[in-house]
Write a protein that binds this ligand. Structure first.
Ligand code: AMP
Ligand code: MG
Length: 486
């Protein structure tokens, strides 16, 4: 195989960090790798050209059976609060193949997920099943097209081996691309080792890699905290915008780069209900739709705790400074959230009554079980369905208030419609559609999967193909549940 002509350009910096941060380990070869899906668009964005590589060789490469020259595979150590409980974790079923630097000098982690046991596997088999890996592929790529920061998916390869969960499943490996895999949990891992040098090393690494503009700052730790707070607020506001529920917002699943990471039991909300939870293991609704902002803040507070020794030599002073910064979360979130909702309604400027107008719409949607995505489509006149629900008297009264408010915009309907169209998707990965295509893929029919992926590439555009993907699941279907699939 000639991998040089592909354009790999590895520069593996994480593997040079102290031994305690990593474990040098390789993907465990699999029996008969077979490429299921490959993201040629993403490859091109990375400056990689696989057009002359045969499918067989792609299968070997993206199963980890044969690594390209320059790769230096490692598993990363981290810890994390899972559902509020602190645990030592680490890449138990993932291996970083290397850091690829693109022609624009952007650095990407290329990681295999499901690549076999590592020293961090605890009792796990290090493997992943086809369904969850394709699910991550579909949803992460959909998030990217929705203009939401996210890790990306380059390939899924079937391993030809069984994975034993509740049932026997087909094994698979996902190749994930991320601007890094630094997590809040990485900081927690280093902080709990009580070694200030290591903590300094991690902060320096993070700032060099992601935030070089705070290199010269007087208090790097506090500035890093401030940057991450704003990035995570932007991220969770985006999730709220499209009705995305991450499902497992443990601190190890919160990225320091501000990307959505670790697609497990995540799903999109159909009917608007702030308490929506899909994950079967989230019995108390800790990660429900409307809890996502407060959990983000909670996770950021855990991040702040790790930085305490570097914020101020006096612990109490450091805690006081960090607490103040963490408490800036609420105001900033509120402002960004209301501005996002204004955009969804095409409202320019600010009016005192905006908040109540927005809350009244959400309350109406909740009471009437209106579909979150399609309600905004209806307001943009993009609703294919003309659901009877929108003849409801209370909705019509609300709509009149909205129309009055639009007059304050002082500009043309084209302007507000184009604002609305830029933030309100016409299509999202509907749960029943995702399940449908995964089932076909499990039975070796990949065409529904490929069609869905294609449709999700243009979520804001009205196309003939989109129409079939706009309906929520028929109400006869029982409550949708997702599983971690680990
Ligand atoms: P996740 O739920 O994917 O965020 O994973 C949480 C932790 O469990 C991470 O440390 C994973 O590496 C680990 N893990 C999940 N599934 C497996 C598995 N099948 N084998 C080993 N470790 C796993
Ligand atoms: Mg995780």
């Amino acid at each position: 195989m000639l991998f040089n002509e592909v354009g790999w350009n590895f520069d593996n910096t994480y593997s040079k960090l102290p031994d305690s941060f990593i474990s040098k380990t390789s993907p465990i070869p699999v029996k008969s790798p077979e490429l299921t899906i490959f993201n040629y668009n993403l490859a091109e964005e990375l400056g990689l050209n696989f057009s002359s590589i045969k499918k067989d060789d792609l299968s070997k490469l993206f199963s980890g059976n044969s690594l390209p020259e320059g790769s230096k595979s490692i598993a990363q150590a981290y810890a994390g609060h899972q559902f509020g409980h602190f645990t030592m974790l680490g890449d138990g079923r993932a291996v970083l193949m290397g850091e690829h630097v693109s022609k624009n000098n952007e650095r990407f982690d290329i990681q295999f997920k499901g690549s076999g046991q590592t020293p961090f596997s605890r009792n796990g088999d290090g493997r992943a099943a086809l369904g969850p890996m394709l699910r991550e592929y579909i949803i992460s790529e959909a998030m990217h097209s929705l203009n939401i920061p996210t890790t990306r998916s380059l390939a899924v390869v079937k391993t030809g081996e069984d994975v034993i969960r509740e049932n026997i499943l087909q094994g698979a490996i996902l190749t994930r691309v991320a601007s890094s895999h630094l997590r809040v949990g990485t900081f927690q891992y280093v902080a709990m080792r009580n070694n200030e040098n290591e903590l300094r090393t991690l902060i320096d690494y993070t700032i060099n890699r992601h935030y070089p503009n705070i290199k010269k700052s007087k208090n790097q730790a506090i500035d890093l905290l401030k940057v991450l707070i704003e990035l995570q607020i932007d991220l969770v506001v985006n999730w709220m915008r499209v009705g995305f529920i991450h499902g497992v917002m443990n601190t190890d699943n919160m990225s320091i780069s501000g990307e959505t990471i670790d697609y497990g039991p995540c799903a999109f909300m159909d009917a608007y209900d702030p308490q929506t939870v899909f994950s079967s293991i989230d019995e108390l609704g800790r990660y429900a739709y409307f809890n996502q902002p407060s959990i983000t803040k909670w996770n950021l507070a855990r991040f702040a705790e790790c930085l305490i020794p570097l914020i101020d030599p006096k612990k109490e002073k450091a805690i006081e400074i960090a607490t103040k910064v963490i408490n800036s979360f609420d105001k900033s979130y509120e402002t960004k959230w209301i501005n996002m909702m204004r955009d969804k309604l095409g409202l320019f400027g600010q009016d005192q009554k905006d908040q109540i107008l927005i809350i009244d719409l959400l309350t109406w949607m909740h009471k009437n079980k209106a579909d979150y995505t399609n309600t905004f489509c209806f307001l943009m006149d993009e609703n294919f369905q003309h659901s009877k629900i929108y003849n409801d008297e209370n909705f019509l009264i609300w709509k009149e208030r909205w129309k009055e408010r639009l007059k304050l915009n002082n500009n043309t309907p084209e302007k507000y419609l184009s604002l609305m169209k830029s933030v309100n998707p016409l299509v999202i990965p509907r749960n029943h559609k995702v399940e449908e295509v995964l089932e076909s893929a499990n039975n070796n029919d990949l065409s529904p999967l490929k069609k869905l992926i294609k449709v999700l590439e243009k979520p804001y555009e009205k196309t003939k193909e989109n129409i079939d993907y706009q309906s929520p699941a028929p109400s006869s279907e029982k409550k949708y549940k997702t599983f971690c699939g680990t």
